[in-house]
Design a protein around this ligand. Sequence first.
Ligand code: GLA
Length: 733
Amino acid sequence: MSITYLKSCQTFTFHTQNTSYQMKVGKLNYLNHLYYGPALGDADLSYQIMQYDRGFSGNPYDSRYERTFSLDAQPQEFTTQQQGDFRINSIEVVNADGSYSFNGRFKDFKMYNGKYSLNGLPTAFATDTDHVQTLEVTLEDAVTKVQVDLLYSVFEEADIITRAVKVRNCGEGTIRLKKIMSTCIDFMNGSAFDLISLPGRYGQERQVERQPLTHHVHKIQSVRGTSSHQQNPFCILCDHHTTEDYGSCYGFALMYSGNFLAEAEIDQYDQTRLLMGINTKQFDFAVAPGEEFEGPEVIMAFSQHGLTGLSHLYHDFFRTNLNKSKFVKEVQRPILINTWEAAFFNFDDKKLVEIAKAAKKMGVDLLVMDDGWFGKRDDDNSGLGDWVVNENKIHCGLNNLVQQINDLGMKFGIWFEPEMVSEDSDLYRAHPEWVMEIPGRPAVRSRNQLVLDMTRTDVQDYLIESVNKILDSANIYYMKWDINRSLTDIWSTNLPGERQGEVFHRYVLGLYRVMDGIIRTHPDILFEGCSGGGGRYDPAMIAYYPQYWVSDNTKPLDNLKLHYGTSFLYPVCTMGAHVSDSSPQVPIQTKATVAMCGTFGYELDATHLDEKTIAICKEQSDLFRKYYPIIFHGDYYRLTDPFTVGNFTAWQSVSKDKSKSLLSVVVTNLTVNGSQEYIKAKGLDPNRKYRVNDTDTILSGTALMYAGLPIPREIPEFSSLQFYLEGIGIVRN
Ligand code: GLA
């Protein structure tokens, strides 16, 4: 049983292989959070709650004269509003009578086998072999009859707990939600935490930041309408001494692609609270009597085996329980060549066929026709929204072009940016009311484009129909879904003034409906997400796209950092990574080594490559195919931190049975007369011998892990090394 309920003490305890999580219906029927951490059985841990008379921390009315009972110090699963808890809180609701108050007490619960799901938001799912149990706890405010359902699913083997929230209006008047956080974790005896987050910017996404929590409120958030380049809806709380390999850490990942908020605070009594959910920025959502509001899912994990242990939990979970596409497990991803950095808008059908012919010799499987094939689109000032083939460029028609590519033995992919519209487009001329624009205020332009009002069902239906029409008109194997700006001018012509606070969230709901209508109806197409590179690279998007373009920055040395940061949450198989013409000083082999920490492909004009380079590319493509099972299905290890000064960056993939491994090193600097450096492997079987790079060099797992491999010094600048380790037998003592 992954969830136990002890009636005598009214505790609910979750059990995964290595973790426990406990809550209890406590005093006055408030739901206490008691524990999250290493597995410890289901004994009632409420003895940990110490109560003292704390000045200026009020006592709920029905605690009467018990001045030691204050919600300001009680650990809770979901907070109240205006009941004397002055910390960051789970909910802010304006009741029908105008009051700001929620006093949720335990009302009911149910438990069942399997995973909960949400109606309008993507969630993780249980596979046939997962042991998953769900607990739904209902809290109710006795005065307003507002109910909150807390939903928990416990993935026993995966060491993962998911959590979501629903607010149901069982009262008589409309309420307005101003804040609703999907998770709240109180650490009674934990204040010595570091907070790790993944901030960034365009071209430099998911850099890693670590800072100790203090008594300030720490916020990680996006208010850009999408999960954004600037932050990622993920954070880690870990002990100050936690490293890659040792120490405790908690992960919180939000399945949401819009404005999000993670808040952490050490309170006055040195207890830590963490909340995560939809951002409160311009959020004001009306819930009428009988209606229900859903908050997105948070995927929580805990590891005692350092940051690598935590990443492995997420990597395995994302590869199994997020995305049902056959391209996640069953079908090997194609090696693609993308036309963007090869030709930008300047191509026609003949040029595409020429690129495909050259790419075929490089071992490429798939040609992706990027931006510029539709409407009037010769630069980025026009054409978005007109999803019809531009026959001035694709003279032979799409179907015929795809046929020519298929005849070369290659597959065909195509680019869309569904959520956007150019002012200079037939769509905008026909439907100016379909863009988000505040009445009387011309909307902010960004890349000269406007944002479609995704809250409108007519817009959603137009997109589903027009994109599907193209996808169904030819043998299309792959689609890249882009979004190239942040949202501003939040306004929908479809909603009255007092409900404009719903638009940010309704945009996301509309987007998921469109994605359902396009992606879920095309199970044979491989979808790749993109947002000017890796802006909106979030867990909900990974539920739709098996892969996501990591960054428009294809400089290989920058990519070392991009892959490193991204890997804290996302598995390598989600990371779109290409060899391009950028950084000419870096050898193409090194670029390929870097792109193999990802989906591997090319983004250059293959028609300009000489025969020697083409041969190198072919060799690299073949190597990628050889290593694919290890890279895509194995365990990934960060061996060095590219953000700290060093002479090389290294990482490693190890097959689950530890029989094969690929250890990659990129030498980023060759210090003059420097010391000899070594790289130590991780995750190998200490009792096995490994053959190195198919040569006669055979080393034990222990030698590779504890003594390491020397990095040669007499090599050209920016060289890379790949050590393919194949287990060949047991070490004898
Ligand atoms: C974004 C993407 C690029 C490319 C261009 C096309 O910037 O990240 O890969 O598709 O749009 O306009």
